[in-house]
Design a protein around this ligand. Structure first.
Ligand code: HEC
Length: 281
């Protein structure tokens, strides 16, 4: 069997997540495993024989959910309040920037318009929680809540990975809040009492594996994977950094076929390389 990662041995392994992604494509496994697999997410690859050797991550079994729980990922995107980890999820699996939910009833504030579907008081701030340490309800210059209504419901799920990316099964969070003294983040820094974690409004996720399932079930996931493969095949730039999205018609067609193929990305690649648009050039 393949090598095992060792919890707590810095630096966390950076190769497992990309190797696992490559394995899913080459071995024609459902690409949804990238966010849902409960084991085998730390494989190794031997170029000489072109083989993958299965391997389990040594991370806490209760949180394993594809690369979402990967130590290398968690270490690389470590930041205050685990927000960069939340941003990584949004940009990697949904192919877009925050804000990610904009279908709410618009409400005007001096700093702009709030249009997230989340109730205004669903995140911590001076109105929802008088002693809030960070005011995510500030609305004088810009509307933090347009992004943070989503982000604050996701980030706590990544808050127990420490700066080395290791999941610590303690009641305390391992990330810090960027106020004087940089204290450990508490749940009330993200959410007021009674609020629970979620992927999106009306899509609760109480654990990281539940978050992974919600991401895999989001239509944006298949669309994102299709977009990235199309852009790569056509030598276009990046969907997030360069804003190179596909037309709705093309994205819908590619992602519907990807879902019908059981998220087999190898077939997606073959289909795109045989597309008349590709063959023409
Ligand atoms: C356009 C979306 C958006 C808006 C608006 C926004 N944020 Fe954020 N915020 C983010 C994202 C994404 C991150 C993570 C950025 C990163 O680390 O790459 C972040 C990070 C943070 C952090 C952690 C910074 C650190 O030191 O790592 C704090 C605190 C924060 N935001 C508070 C606020 C507050 C308060 C407001 C309103 C005044 C606000 N944000 C407005 C998206 C937003």
């Amino acid at each position: 069997m393949g090598t095992q990662d060792t919890v707590g041995t810095p630096p966390a392994k950076m190769d497992f997540a990309p190797t696992y992604a490559a394995q899913l494509v080459v071995m024609e496994q459902p690409f949804t495993n990238i966010v849902t697999a409960k084991s085998g997410t730390c494989p190794t690859y031997t170029a000489g024989t072109n083989t993958f050797a299965a391997g389990n991550c040594a991370n806490n079994a209760a949180v394993i959910s594809g690369v979402l729980s990967d130590e290398g990922v968690q270490q690389q995107f470590n930041s205050a309040m685990a927000f960069r980890r939340g941003r990584w999820v949004q940009e990697t699996f949904m192919c877009g920037r925050f804000p990610s939910e904009q279908g709410g009833t618009p409400v005007k504030y001096p700093g702009g318009t709030y249009n997230s579907p989340w109730p205004w008081n669903s995140i911590s701030g001076k109105e929802s929680l008088p002693n809030a340490r960070v005011d995510f309800q500030a609305a004088d210059v810009l509307i933090c809540a347009n992004c943070h209504s989503t982000l604050n419901h996701i980030a706590p799920l990544f808050g127990k990975f420490n700066s080395m990316g290791v999941y610590v099964a303690a009641t305390t969070y391992q990330v810090t809040t960027p106020i004087p003294g940089e204290p450990a983040t508490i749940l009330a820094d993200w959410l007021p009492p009674g609020e629970t974690t979620a992927w999106r409004h009306m899509k609760p996720a109480t654990t990281l594996p539940e978050l992974g399932d919600a991401i895999a079930a989001d239509p944006g996931f298949a669309r994102c994977v299709s977009t990235r493969v199309w852009n790569w095949a056509m030598s276009r730039g990046d969907v997030v950094n360069d804003g190179l999205t596909l037309t709705d018609a093309l994205a819908n067609q590619l992602s519907a076929q990807l879902v019908a193929d059981g998220y087999n990305v190898k077939k997606l690649i073959r289909r795109i390389f045989n597309d008349p648009y590709f063959v023409r050039f």
